[in-house]
Design a protein around this ligand. Structure first.
Ligand SMILES: [Zn+2]
Length: 84
């Protein structure tokens, strides 16, 4: 499934198949993110937010990505930010 998506740095954690729909839970593999304000790396996870992306039909089935978009907390400016 991970190879099917062919997205570098993204892994499929879980997949759920309905009749004509495939729901894939994906997340980024990197453990750090760079604060957009001060350009510093943070590995302090603030929270997880899931959002659904309706995307790319694969062999006539609708594929919905449930993306775990993590929020980090910058250790420098102490503000939360989302990874891209
Ligand atoms: Zn910062």
């Amino acid at each position: 499934m991970t190879q099917l998506l062919n997205l570098p740095g993204v892994i499929v954690e879980d997949s759920l198949e309905r009749e004509s729909t495939i729901i894939l839970s994906v997340r980024a593999t990197n453990k750090t993110a760079v604060c957009p304000r001060c350009d510093r790396k943070s590995h302090r996870l603030h929270q997880n937010k899931r959002h659904l992306v309706k995307d790319l039909p694969i062999s006539n089935r609708a594929v919905i990505l449930s993306v775990n978009r993590r929020q980090f907390k910058c250790e420098f400016c102490r503000k939360p930010f989302s990874e891209i």
